[in-house]
Each structure stands twice: as structure tokens, then as C-alpha cells.
Ligand binder design. Structure first.
Ligand SMILES: Cc1cc2nc3c(=O)[nH]c(=O)nc-3n(C[C@H](O)[C@H](O)[C@H](O)COP(=O)(O)O)c2cc1C
Length: 464
């Protein structure tokens, strides 16, 4: 069997993810494996069509395509996304049609599900037969269980390809109406007071739906707000995954391009961030992805904490599982507030105007109230994954995070809650007695709600 491996890591041969592919290659030497270091050679692939064409030629000659990528900021690295964008833009997407495909990722399992969802949706769009995904922890290959699991996964995929197994899509093709949005009568302006508002867009969208949505949003604020276009900044490249930032949050690009200073001086200082972008394939653009990846120089520190965040998006967001999920994840775990997301999906300009005006009003009100929605599982679960990782196996690598987590109370382990542990221990002891056990059992429902009822009882009408 001919296999093309599209490796997403910017670390090339030093990719941890690629070792899983190499391991499979050794176990199944009967297959011929052609690896392309997409993430590492993205500049060449973007500038040199011969290099890009040779990847496409290999895909064409293959029975199976393995998408092997690390998870970067809940998705794939920006460099890999840029390559995916080029596949669609080049008009050569057809070479993937009816090929078998599989995904291998490594990560610390922080929203790796969305990286898989994304690659799966891209493969639906490419018309491949998706044979499965193997999303593992970075260290799984070091264990015997991990090796066995990986071997089973590979064996099944190869067997499926040889058996010409049939697989279905998981997502429908995107449907999107390319209607024109035109802003109507000027909005009533909102006074944002002392709040610093920053609107970021990946490109200049003048003359498009999104450009007009941005204009409407800017016009909604009484004061002039700052608008920064990411493509106007000098950004030398994507995150290289070198983790040199782990010791003291200093990026190797520091002083070499605009990004770090921009991040510290503009993004970090804003109270309200409005992010605008157009959907490209199954996410926002790779320029936006690069923004999030490069922001990783601050590692696992919640730098967006307490900020209000809104999105203006052109394209079919309601059909985007991975995009909606990653936006929620990236914002919630940090303790920021995803106030609203306005899209141009509804073919009614007055409605879009009203939605943008509503977002401007609400984002300002939330900032003034300092209101951050309580985190759901997405935020709570995400934070716990980071907490355990920074405290444990990666403390040495992420020393700056460790110092931050320690001094900001982020090590909130349940075993540190001594009062709760004591109460549980006492009650366990008490309920060893069968009669007491029965009595307490009857009391639980009422006792649990008692403190809540006491609060409600004391509540008074509130004026803000
Ligand atoms: C910039 C960056 C962002 C990352 N983001 C995530 C993430 O969102 N979720 C996760 O589980 N791991 C994340 N990781 C960890 C990597 O996925 C993990 O270390 C992976 O094994 C690296 O694979 P590679 O050596 O093939 O590049 C991130 C690592 C880097 C460098």
C-alpha cells in the first residue's frame, strides 16, 4: 500500500507526533510511506509550486493519506492550516477524492477533539474515506499500552483500506448564501467610558460584508476605537513549537518581528476585544490561527482573563463544530467572557445591523459590570488539564507558568480543600451506623438545598 503522510509539526523530523507514524512504518514494513514535513516546510510549499505539486502527486499515487499533526491551541498548527487552505485554493483538492484518510495527533489532550473534528471536516470536504483517528497523549508511545493501541489502530486502518471498507461523512457540505449585507441607518452610539476597545481583523475587509460589519461596529462606539489588521504587522512566521518560552515567557521571535510587542502593548491592555474574520475551509484563516499560536509564548497563563470578547464573522459559523468549540474553549478556560458572536449568515441586513448594535451595547455593559459568565465544563475541565500538567510532568519546561500558577492560586486541587475533606470523612464515619445511614439518606435532598433557600430568603430587590 502507498501511504502519504502529511506531517503538521513545525519541528520536522523532531516531531513527537511523527514518531507514532515512524513506529507504525516499522511494524508494517510491507507498506511504502512517503512523509512530507508540511509544518516545517510551509514557506517553500507556499512559494514554490513544484514543491506543492510533488505533495499532490504523492497523494494522487497513494491509497491512504495520514494526517499526522500536533494539536496547537485546540486545532492544528497555523502552518498546517495554511497548507490546507492552499489545497483548496490550488484547485487540486480533487486528488484526495475517494482516497482513504486517517488522523494521528499527539497533545496533552487539551481540546484535541476539535483538532480531530476539524481535520475530519476538511476530509469530508476533500471527499476522502475517513478510516479513523488516533488522538493520543504525547507520551502514550512510551508505554506498552500506548504501543499496542497504536498498532491495533494502524492494523485496523490498513485492513479497512485493503478490504475497501465504506465510510460515511460526518459533516454536510457547507451551505452559505453569498448575499450582500449593507448597513442601514447609523447606529445609536454607545459610550464605552474608560474601557479600552480593540478591534482585530486578520485582513482588511473593505468592500465586503465583513468590512461593512466592522464599520458598523466601529461606528457603534462613541469614542474612536483602535482597529488593527494582523496582516499589516510584520510577523516572521508561525510558532515553531520550540518551547524556548517556557522558562520565562520570552519568545525567540522577540524583537525580530512585531508580534510580541503588539501582543503585550495592545492585546494585553484591552478591556474589550472584538475579533473579525472570514471563515476559510472549516475554521477562520491561518492568519488568525497564527495569532493564537504565536500568543502561546505566554504558555498556559490566562492572559485574556477578565476581558470581554466579541466576534464578527463572515461565513457559515452555525455549521462549524470545531470553530464554535475552539472559540468557547480558548476564551472560557482563560476566564474571559465570550459576549456575543455576530455573523452575516441571515439574509437580512437590518437584522445584522441590530445584532451588531446589540453586541456593542452588551459588550460595553458587561465590561462596566465586570461580568464574566460562569465557566461551563469547557472552562473548568480545560483549566484542570493545564493545572495538572503545569504542576506535574511539565513543571520544569513551563517554569514561568508554574510561578504564575503558584502565586495566583491556580493550584486549586480538591485535596487542598481540607474543610470539605474533613466533612466527608466525618459523614462517612457517621453513616457507618445503619440507622444513621438511613436517617441521613432521607435528609440529603433537603439539606443540600437549605443554604440556597436561606440566600433566596434574604434576597432583596437589586438596583444597579
Ligand atoms: C504552540 C503550542 C500549542 C499547543 N497547544 C496545545 C493544545 O491546545 N492542546 C494540547 O493538548 N496540546 C497542545 N500543545 C502540546 C502539543 O500538542 C504536544 O506537545 C505535541 O505532542 C507536540 O507534537 P510535535 O512534537 O509533533 O510537534 C501545544 C504545543 C505548542 C507548542
Amino acid at each position: 500500500m502507498n501511504i502519504t503522510v502529511l506531517s503538521g509539526s513545525p519541528k520536522g523530523k523532531n516531531s513527537v507526533t511523527l514518531q507514532s507514524v515512524n513506529y507504525i512504518s516499522k511494524l508494517f514494513p510491507e507498506h511504502s510511506v512517503n512523509v512530507f514535513h508540511i509544518g516545517q516546510t510551509i514557506k517553500t510549499l507556499m512559494e514554490d509550486d513544484t514543491a506543492f505539486d510533488s505533495v499532490m502527486a504523492s497523494v494522487k499515487a497513494s491509497d491512504l493519506i495520514i494526517w499526522a499533526s500536533p494539536v496547537y491551541v485546540c486545532l492544528v498548527p497555523a502552518q498546517y492550516k495554511q497548507f490546507i487552505e492552499k489545497i483548496f485554493a490550488s484547485g487540486m483538492a480533487d486528488v484526495f477524492k475517494d482516497k482513504y484518510s486517517a488522523v494521528i495527533t499527539t497533545s496533552i489532550n487539551f481540546f484535541d477533539n476539535y483538532a480531530v473534528d476539524y481535520l475530519r471536516a476538511v476530509n469530508d470536504d476533500l471527499g476522502t474515506l475517513f478510516a479513523g483517528s488516533y488522538a493520543s497523549d504525547s507520551y502514550d508511545l512510551l508505554t506498552e499500552t500506548g504501543q499496542t493501541k497504536l498498532a491495533h489502530f494502524a492494523a485496523q486502518v490498513f485492513e479497512d483500506v485493503q478490504a475497501k471498507a465504506m465510510f460515511g461523512r460526518r459533516t454536510y457540505p457547507l451551505s452559505y448564501s453569498w448575499h450582500v449585507y449593507e448597513s442601514g441607518p447609523a447606529p445609536e452610539k454607545v459610550d464605552s467610558g474608560t474601557q479600552k476597545v480593540l478591534l482585530l481583523q486578520d485582513e482588511n475587509y473593505d468592500g465586503t460584508n465583513l468590512g461593512r460589519m466592522v464599520e458598523r461596529c466601529v461606528a457603534g462606539f462613541k469614542a474612536e476605537i483602535e482597529v488593527v489588521t494582523l496582516s499589516d504587522l510584520t510577523v516572521k512566521g508561525g510558532c515553531l513549537g520550540c518551547i524556548q518560552c517556557g522558562f520565562d515567557h520570552e519568545c525567540i521571535y522577540e524583537g525580530k518581528d512585531d508580534f510580541i510587542a503588539f501582543s503585550r502593548e495592545k492585546v494585553a491592555q484591552a478591556d474589550i476585544l472584538i475579533l473579525a474574520g472570514e471563515i476559510k475551509d472549516r475554521w477562520l484563516s491561518s492568519t488568525w490561527k497564527q495569532f493564537f499560536d504565536r500568543s502561546f509564548f505566554q504558555n498556559h497563563v490566562p492572559v485574556l482573563k477578565d476581558k470581554q470578547i466579541g466576534f464578527l464573522i463572515a461565513g457559515p459559523l452555525t455549521q462549524m463544530v470545531a470553530l464554535k468549540g475552539t472559540l468557547d474553549a480558548m476564551i472560557e478556560w482563560q476566564g474571559a467572557h465570550l459576549t456575543d458572536t455576530v455573523t452575516d449568515e441571515v439574509e437580512d441586513s437590518a437584522f445584522i445591523d441590530a445584532r451588531i448594535d446589540t453586541m456593542v451595547r452588551r459588550i460595553t455593559a458587561f465590561a462596566e459590570r465586570e461580568y464574566i459568565r460562569p465557566p461551563t465544563f469547557v472552562g473548568i475541565g480545560g483549566r484542570k488539564v493545564f493545572r495538572d500538567d503545569v504542576w506535574g510532568r511539565h513543571r520544569f519546561v513551563f517554569q514561568a507558568d508554574h510561578a504564575y500558577y503558584e502565586s495566583n492560586g491556580l493550584y486549586d486541587f480538591p485535596h487542598d480543600d481540607t474543610a470539605a475533606r474533613k466533612m466527608s470523612d466525618d459523614m462517612i464515619e457517621l453513616t457507618k451506623d445503619p440507622d444513621m445511614r438511613q436517617t441521613v439518606r432521607q435528609m440529603i435532598k433537603k439539606e443540600m438545598v437549605k443554604p440556597h433557600m436561606a440566600i433566596v430568603e434574604k434576597a432583596e430587590a437589586k438596583k444597579e
